[in-house]
Design a protein around this ligand. Structure first.
Ligand SMILES: Nc1nc2c(c(=O)[nH]1)N[C@H]1C(S)=C(S)[C@@H](COP(=O)(O)O)O[C@H]1N2
Ligand SMILES: [Mo]
Length: 368
C-alpha cells in the first residue's frame, strides 16, 4: 500500500466539529440555497434541478393562470400581461450564465451573516422569454424617467427593514444588455424556486439583478431606493461606506475536481498518469473569455477553449495533465477580452461580494 493511500485511510476517524466555524444561521441558509455540484461543470447547460439557488425570503406560490405582470406607475400607456399574453409575443431562447454576487464569500474573515457560499453559486440555463425593451417602449415611460424598477412577490425583513425584493435598471441598460422577460428555463415552465411564473434575466450581471416572481414594473423619475439596491449589493470598503453598486460579473473560472473524493473532507484522490481536467470560464458586461490557464502546483499551462453557444454562455476549457505522485494544489485562472484576469488571492470588500480569486483544489496523486 502506498503512502498516499494511507492519508485517505486515516480519514477513518472524523474530527470533532469545532464550534464557531459556521453559525447555525449560515447552515440554515445553506440548506435553503444550494450551489451546483462541481462535477456538473461538465455540462454546458446545468441540469435544471442542479442550478444554484438564492432565495432571500420565502418562495411565493403564484397561480400562473391568473397571474398578471403590471406595467404600472410612471407609464403613459400602462397595461398588464398574463403569462399566456407573454407566450405569444416574439420569443428568444438564450443560454445565460448566472453567478451570485456573494459566491466565494466563505473565505472572508470575519464574515457577516449571509449565505456562506464556497465557489459553487453559478450555473447556466437556456432561458426563454420575450425581450423586455419593446414592452417598456409600448408602456411609454413618462417624460423624465431615469430608471425602471422590478418588484418581486416575495417580502421579508433584512437589517430590520421590511421590503419586497426589487431592483432597478436604466432604460439604456435594459436595451444594451438584452434583458429578457422569462417564463421558461431549459424548455420547461419556470420552477417555483427559480421565479415561477415570470422573472427577468439580466445577462452578464451578477444574479441579484435577475428578479424572480416578477409582479410589477414601474418607471421612476428619481433614483430607485429599494433595499436590495441601496442597502445591499454594494462594494463597500467598510461597514459604513455607502459603496459602489455591484453590477457585471467579474472574470472567473472553475474546474471539476479530478479524481474521486473523500466523503466528508472532499479531498481528491487520483492515480498517477494522464488526466483530463475540464472546467468553465465566464465574465460579464459583454466580455468574452480569451484565455484559461491551469496550474498543477508548479507551472501555469494554457488550456484549450471550446467556443460558447452565445454571448452570455460560459466557455468550456480542458487540459491534459500528467498527474505525478504527490500532493498538489490545482488552480485555474481566466483572462477576458477586457484584459482582466483572476487574482490569486481574494480582493475583499466588507460583505464578500465579487470574489473572483482562483479556485484551489487540493489533490493527492497516488503512485499505484
Ligand atoms: N424576487 C427575488 N428575485 C431574486 C432573488 C430573490 O431572493 N427574490 N434572489 C436574487 C439573487 S441574489 C440571485 S443570485 C438570483 C438567483 O437566481 P436562481 O435562484 O434562479 O439561481 O436571483 C435573484 N432574484
Ligand atoms: Mo445572489
Amino acid at each position: 500500500m502506498s503512502y498516499l493511500s494511507d492519508i485517505f485511510k486515516n480519514f477513518g476517524t472524523r474530527p470533532d466539529t469545532r464550534d464557531g466555524i459556521f453559525s447555525e444561521d449560515e447552515v440554515r441558509l445553506s440548506n435553503r440555497n444550494s450551489g451546483i455540484l462541481l462535477e456538473t461543470l461538465k455540462y454546458n447547460i446545468t441540469p435544471t434541478g442542479l442550478h444554484y439557488l438564492l432565495i432571500h425570503f420565502d418562495v411565493p406560490s403564484i397561480n400562473a393562470q391568473s397571474h398578471t405582470l403590471e406595467f404600472g406607475k410612471g407609464f403613459d400607456a400602462p397595461f398588464s400581461l398574463s403569462v399566456d399574453d407573454i407566450r405569444v409575443l416574439p420569443q428568444h431562447t438564450m443560454p445565460v450564465t448566472l453567478e451570485c454576487a456573494g459566491n466565494g464569500r466563505t473565505g472572508l474573515s470575519p464574515r457577516t451573516h449571509s449565505m456562506p457560499w464556497g465557489v459553487e453559486a453559478v450555473g447556466t440555463s437556456e432561458w426563454t422569454g420575450t425581450p423586455l425593451a419593446p414592452l417598456i417602449e409600448r408602456a411609454q415611460p413618462k417624460a423624465g424617467t431615469i430608471e425602471i424598477s422590478f418588484t418581486g412577490a416575495d417580502c421579508g425583513f433584512d437589517k430590520g427593514v421590511e421590503h419586497a425584493f426589487g431592483r432597478s435598471l436604466t432604460l439604456e441598460q435594459i436595451e444594451s444588455m438584452d434583458v429578457l422577460l422569462v417564463h421558461e428555463m431549459n424548455g420547461q415552465p419556470l420552477l417555483p424556486q427559480h421565479g415561477a411564473p415570470l422573472r427577468i434575466i439580466v445577462p452578464g450581471w451578477y444574479g441579484m439583478a435577475s428578479v424572480k416572481w416578477l409582479t410589477t414594473i414601474e418607471a421612476l423619475d428619481s433614483p430607485y431606493q429599494g433595499f436590495q439596491q441601496v442597502r445591499t449589493y454594494r462594494y463597500r470598503d467598510h461597514k459604513n461606506d455607502p459603496g459602489r453598486p455591484v453590477t457585471a460579473m467579474r472574470v472567473k473560472s472553475l474546474m471539476t475536481p479530478p479524481g474521486i473524493p473523500d466523503w466528508t473532507t472532499r479531498l481528491r484522490h487520483i492515480r498517477s498518469g494522464p488526466v483530463t481536467v475540464i472546467g468553465r470560464a465566464w465574465s460579464g458586461d459583454g466580455a468574452t473569455i480569451e484565455k484559461v490557464e491551469f496550474h498543477d502546483g508548479q507551472h501555469w499551462k494554457v488550456a484549450e477553449l471550446t467556443p460558447p453557444q452565445g454571448q452570455y454562455d460560459w466557455t468550456q476549457w480542458t487540459i491534459a495533465w500528467d498527474a505525478r505522485p504527490g500532493e498538489h494544489v490545482l488552480s485555474c485562472r481566466a483572462t477576458d477580452s477586457n484584459g482582466d484576469s483572476q487574482p490569486l488571492e481574494p480582493r475583499w470588500d466588507a460583505s464578500g461580494f465579487g470574489n473572483n480569486a482562483v479556485q484551489k483544489v487540493q489533490v493527492y496523486v497516488d503512485d499505484v
